[in-house]
Write a protein that binds this ligand. Structure first.
Ligand code: M6R
Length: 609
């Protein structure tokens, strides 16, 4: 978590550099700061709160230029989110300044040792030990001091370091936390993620793990941790700057919800040529895929729910057994994965620490890893055997929406690809499913066109203090995702449950104050869902149902209804349910005056365990 940004060059205004930092605010937004060196003076400004507070603190300085600068936006791990714990942190001489993204696992023994040696600590952070160690080892060369300091650290860290004694350079370090170098004629940059660089340059070096870079005005040198120079690849950033803008929408989340039909069209265009599913640069051999018997899925949060939906159609169409686990559990399970297994790792960012750790663990058994990922330059993609890029474009809203739809859609196409190879369903059936998938963008658009109706319904339900989301079969994960969306942006306690489990406990929660969202598409489990709704109604629960346009029966049991178009293949219903529930959560949160794009306590990329 946390976003770091840095610059060395001819001179750039604080306002433009703060603009770059703002593009990383999705990674953490509880406090922030900047350190700059100009005219042999170190300037430091920190604030608790969002970047707006830092801008106010900088005042007139916003229009001034700097030639060397590091910036940070924080998601607190160690120490409260206040001004003193905000980055950058300084050494005791106030000569060295440092920003950090990650966690130093052994900071406590290091801190105790440094205290014994006479160093004084001002903050509660783990980060301060790094700047102390640099001070301890600093003789003539900042990079040497940094290398000596990081040799003592356990954990994950992306660092930006500057020093008054060498005001011509920023030292950048990457270990288990992402870091990108941006290159331009006017100077060079470091950033935790691409959006921060977009208004400055399109040329980037994606630092590899355990690399250190020295950024100077006119050059960048990259080394491994043994200080051997390494060859680097300069890559073109393909993301357009406007993709990371709100484009007139009030929130990124709303914009991203409305982008979903276009995202699916793009996926269809690139992966669905004629009657075939074809993944460009897909590196898993057909011979191997044909033999796959068991698929493991690992992911976190919304990506985990996408994998859960996929479990249903992978099992149904491909004749494989699918096991799914959250990455934070999977990484500690001692599962023996074999040569005929496949690991699917799903992640929007490709930087989620638990998912990366799960992949690394699994790879020790020699299993092949296919990642379903939205960020092509991410660590996950680099460490996987094959990738299906979800093509959703930058997702900025902390609540994942278009990435989820894209993940499920790509997994759907993958299941058809696998089914064809394994010959587990007839070609005719594949064509039938594909033609349904091709209509999905249109169905999503229909729902989006009726967003006012969803808004009215959300306003009516926004006074409830807690929600239960019920679904069955392929829509059980939709219930989990609906509950997650609501709780993360509106802070209303919400739980997703398989409707069939109601009688085993959750029914005790039902009374007239409980809102119950029932997902009831006309599939083979419809009657059973209706029976569950009867049980909720009998106990005075307030039912909001998502059902097909022409449904009469379930509608009579419901206080309010959200509609989804009638589809022939109900396995497509998770897409229609998702859009309804995303908009529902959005409007509830808006009605309650919540901070939609940056909900409290959250960050977009969870890069620490
Ligand atoms: O980048 P990832 O897809 O790996 O992120 C996984 C989760 O952190 C993420 O989906 C999170 O649950 C979202 N805030 C949900 O909206």
């Amino acid at each position: 978590m946390c976003g770091i940004f840095g610059y060395v060059g001819e001179g750039a205004s604080f306002s433009s550099l703060i603009g770059g930092l703002s593009k990383l605010e999705y990674r953490g937004y509880d406090s922030c700061g900047v350190a700059a060196i100009d005219n042999q003076k170190l300037f430091l400004k920190k604030r608790a709160g969002k970047i707006q507070k830092l801008k106010e603190g900088l005042g007139e300085k916003m229009n001034k230029k700097t030639s060397l600068c590091i910036l940070h936006t924080r998601w607190a791990t160690h120490g409260r989110p206040n001004k003193i714990n905000a980055h950058p942190h300084l050494d005791s001489q106030r000569k060295v300044a440092l920003v950090h993204n990650g966690i130093i696992e052994n900071f406590l023994p290091l801190k105790n040792q440094l205290i014994k040696e006479g160093y004084k600590f001002l903050t509660e952070t783990d980060t301060e030990v790094i700047v102390c160690l640099i001070e301890k080892f600093y003789k003539k060369s900042l990079e040497d001091a940094v290398l000596k300091a990081i040799a003592k650290l356990k954990g994950s860290f992306a660092l930006g370091v500057i020093s008054l004694d060498q005001p011509d350079r920023v030292i950048a370090v990457r270990k288990d936390s992402p870091l990108i170098i941006g290159l331009s004629k006017e100077g060079n940059f470091l950033a935790s993620d691409v959006p921060a660089l977009l208004s400055f340059t399109k040329k980037a070096i994606y630092l590899k793990d355990q690399e250190l870079a020295i950024l100077e005005k006119e050059r960048v040198k990259v080394f491994n941790f043994q200080k051997k120079a390494v060859k680097v690849k300069v890559e073109e950033i393909k993301v357009k700057a406007e993709e990371a803008e709100k484009k007139g929408y009030e929130h990124f989340m709303l914009k991203e919800i409305f982008e979903q039909p276009a995202v699916l069209r793009k996926i269809l265009f690139l992966y669905c040529k004629g009657k075939n599913v074809h993944f460009s640069s897909f590196k898993l051999r057909d011979e191997y895929l044909k033999k796959v018997k068991k698929i493991f899925i690992t992911a976190c949060g919304t990506a985990y729910h996408a994998g859960y939906v996929a479990k249903y159609f992978l099992e149904k169409y491909c004749g494989v057994v699918v096991e799914i686990d959250t990455s934070s559990e999977f990484r500690y399970r001692k599962i023996k994965l074999g040569k005929e297994d496949l690991l699917l790792a799903i992640s929007q960012s490709g930087e989620t620490a638990d998912t990366l750790a799960a992949v690394r663990e699994a790879k020790k058994c020699g299993v092949k890893v296919l990642s379903i990922c939205n960020v092509v330059g991410s660590s996950l993609v680099k460490e996987s055997d094959a990738i299906i890029s979800t093509l959703a474009g930058p997702e900025i809203g902390v609540a994942s929406t278009k990435a989820y739809i894209a993940q499920v859609f790509c997994l759907y196409l993958f299941s058809l690809h696998l089914a064809k190879l394994k010959n587990t369903i007839k070609d005719r059936k594949i064509q039938e499913i594909l033609s349904g998938l091709k209509k999905t963008p249109h169905y999503l658009q229909e729902i989006l066109n009726d967003s006012r109706k969803i808004k009215r319904t959300a306003n009516k339900f926004s006074r409830f203090g807690s929600f239960l989301f019920l679904g069955r079969g392929i829509n059980y994960p939709s219930a989990l995702e609906g509950a997650l969306k609501l709780k993360e942006i509106s802070y209303i306690p919400a739980e997703g449950y398989p409707a069939g489990e109601m009688k085993h406990g959750p029914i005790a929660l039902i009374d007239e104050y409980r809102a119950v969202v029932c997902i009831a598409p006309r599939d083979q489990l419809y009657e059973k869902m209706v029976a569950n709704m009867q049980e909720v109604k009998a106990r005075k629960g307030k039912i909001l149902t998502i059902l097909n346009n022409d449904d009469r029966e379930a509608s009579t049991l419901s206080r309010q209804i959200l509609y989804m178009p009638k589809v022939t293949n109900q396995d497509l219903s998770p897409f229609l349910v998702a859009v309804n529930l995303q908009l529902f959560a959005y409007f509830v949160a808006k009605n309650r005056g919540c901070e939609i794009d940056q909900p409290r306590n959250l960050a977009k990329s969870v890069t620490v365990e």
